[in-house]
Design a protein around this ligand. Structure first.
Ligand code: BGC
Length: 495
């Protein structure tokens, strides 16, 4: 669908007021100015966030270069390239009862899984999911970890007979903590900073496993974290359990990030004993990438108003927490300067984050002639009465931003793949290589997914991209964390 707002006669009718008083010359002049204004704001937005091939090529190449710089030395680039201490991936032989906790962006999840080895694989799972109460995102570290530990305690109490823990053993947990953590071992790591709008006091600079242990003690809960993992690492482990060709995992949800399997001899900053497998997983923390990203004035304003200005620029352009907000900011300007929705800017539209990414996604699924669903979402979310032409403009705004997001994410994936291929020629592009994807944005937004795939195909060409399988791995990160708890169990295991 395409609307050329500057010339479309349909857009012109948008602003004609039914009131007789406004039908005089001055009103007409203003109407024409408004039409031009909305059109020019849209055109400028589309130009500023365009991602033609040279732009995505530059992003992919820069991602590769930043990865190398971050592997050379800590602080060598925007990409932290964090060592995960995960040196061996699940084999399928894992057995026993393991728990997983997942603290991500929007939700908190506790899960248990009974693993049955190669033959039986996942024998049983149970989980409980809660949204993280808003006030905890701005509270104290103790409050947040008490919430986690008490949810876990309630969940552990409900363990059913399908699950068996050998006598005398402590329940072990894979703790997925989806924020930048400098790992100090497989079961400890220091929170570097919060992302995704979290501003909990007293956690940054602390070992998050110690924070959880203290909270579990306060609850009288006798469980032990045997693996601390990022959600990307959990996803990679979970997907690899089923498919040996998985080499990269990407989260596109509230926030975004990617990890991949790296050769230890390609990590100059790695000191001390190297893993026996010669491989390890690197958590790139690519949300902090920023080179060459096309930005609009709405991105800059949103960044300036955020709790972490100047940080997480890639994340702020491509992930679910922000796409709706960037669109809202563009619409507010169109409403204010171009009277997109009539004379006034609808009050509710002026509230930051009033328009969420699931809203713009739902609007983009509307294929009806009169865009009725778009109209009712605008009405429900922001109290807007919209004409058909205004709805078309809204969709153009959403599409421009989602296209940029999907294509940049695709370019980031190519950046990682080409880094791996450069170091081990023929091992990535000449054989089947799987990129495991998870996160609500990727799962629920078909347009985003197809823009992402288009960019990968454009960058790699049709032959190579046939070998690159970009695949949704649903909820792999929970099972993945449990599997890593099994691999790193303190008890003897026969796998
Ligand atoms: C965090 C990452 C995480 C990603 C996806 C980002 O904001 O920094 O650690 O993997 O969100 O959840």
């Amino acid at each position: 669908m395409s609307v050329t707002a500057t010339t479309s006669p349909a857009v012109g009718t948008l602003y004609v007021s039914p009131s007789p008083r406004s039908r005089g010359m001055p009103r007409v002049t203003m109407t024409l100015r408004s039409v031009v204004s909305v059109g020019s704001i849209l055109t400028k937005l589309q130009q500023d966030c365009a991602t033609p091939l040279p732009v995505i090529r530059h992003v992919a190449d820069s991602m590769t270069a930043d990865m190398r710089a971050g592997l050379a030395v800590d602080g060598g680039s925007n990409l932290k390239m964090i060592l995960s201490y995960v040196d061996s991936l699940p084999s399928g032989n894992e057995k026993g009862l393991f728990y997983a906790l997942d603290l991500g962006g929007t939700n908190f999840r506790a899960l248990r899984v009974q693993l049955g080895g190669k033959e039986e694989r996942v024998v049983a799972t149970e989980f409980e999911q809660l949204s993280i109460p808003q006030e905890l995102m701005f509270g104290t570290s103790e409050e947040l970890f008490d919430f986690i530990a008490s949810t876990l305690a309630g969940f552990a109490e409900k363990e059913s007979k399908k699950f068996h823990l050998p006598h005398g053993r402590q329940r072990e947990i894979g703790f997925t903590f989806s924020f930048p953590v400098k790992q100090t071992s497989i079961d400890s790591g220091i929170l570097m900073k919060w992302t995704k709008g979290f501003a909990v006091s007293g956690t940054a600079g602390r070992d998050v496993v110690a924070c959880l242990n203290e909270a579990m003690e306060r609850q009288g809960l006798d469980m032990r974290v045997s693996a601390l993992v990022n959600d990307t690492v959990g996803t990679l482990a979970g997907a690899r359990y089923w498919d040996d060709d998985v080499m990269v995992a990407v989260i596109l949800g509230t926030g975004t990030n990617a990890c991949y399997v790296e050769r230890t001899d390609c990590i100059p900053k790695l000191q001390g004993p190297q893993s026996s497998s010669g491989r390890t997983i690197i958590n790139t923390e690519w949300g902090a990438f920023s080179d060459g990203i096309p930005l609009t004035v709405f991105d800059r304003d949103m960044d300036a108003a955020s709790i972490n200005p100047g940080e997480q620029i890639f994340e702020k352009t491509i992930s679910g927490m922000y796409l709706g907000e960037i669109a809202r900011r563009a619409l507010v300007t169109m409403a204010g300067e171009g009277s997109l929705f009539g004379r006034a800017v609808p009050n509710k539209l002026s509230t930051p984050f009033a328009l969420r990414t699931p809203d713009i996604c739902a609007m983009q699924q509307d294929n009806s002639d009169d865009l009725q669903a778009v109209g009712s979402i605008l009405h429900n979310v922001a109290g807007i009465e919209s004409s058909l032409s205004a709805r078309k403009i809204v969709l153009e705004v959403c599409d421009a931003l989602v296209k940029r997001g999907g294509r940049l994410a695709g370019a980031g994936i190519v950046g990682i793949l080409q880094k791996m291929e450069e170091d081990s020629r023929g091992t990535i592009f000449n054989k089947r290589t799987v990129v495991a994807m998870d996160g609500g944005l990727y799962e629920h937004y078909p347009q985003y997914r197809s823009y992402l795939q288009d960019a990968v195909t454009e960058l790699l060409g049709s032959e190579i991209s046939k070998n690159i399988v970009i695949e949704h791995s649903k909820d792999g990160s929970g099972i993945g964390a449990a599997l890593l708890a099994a691999t790193n169990s303190k008890y003897d295991h026969d796998f």
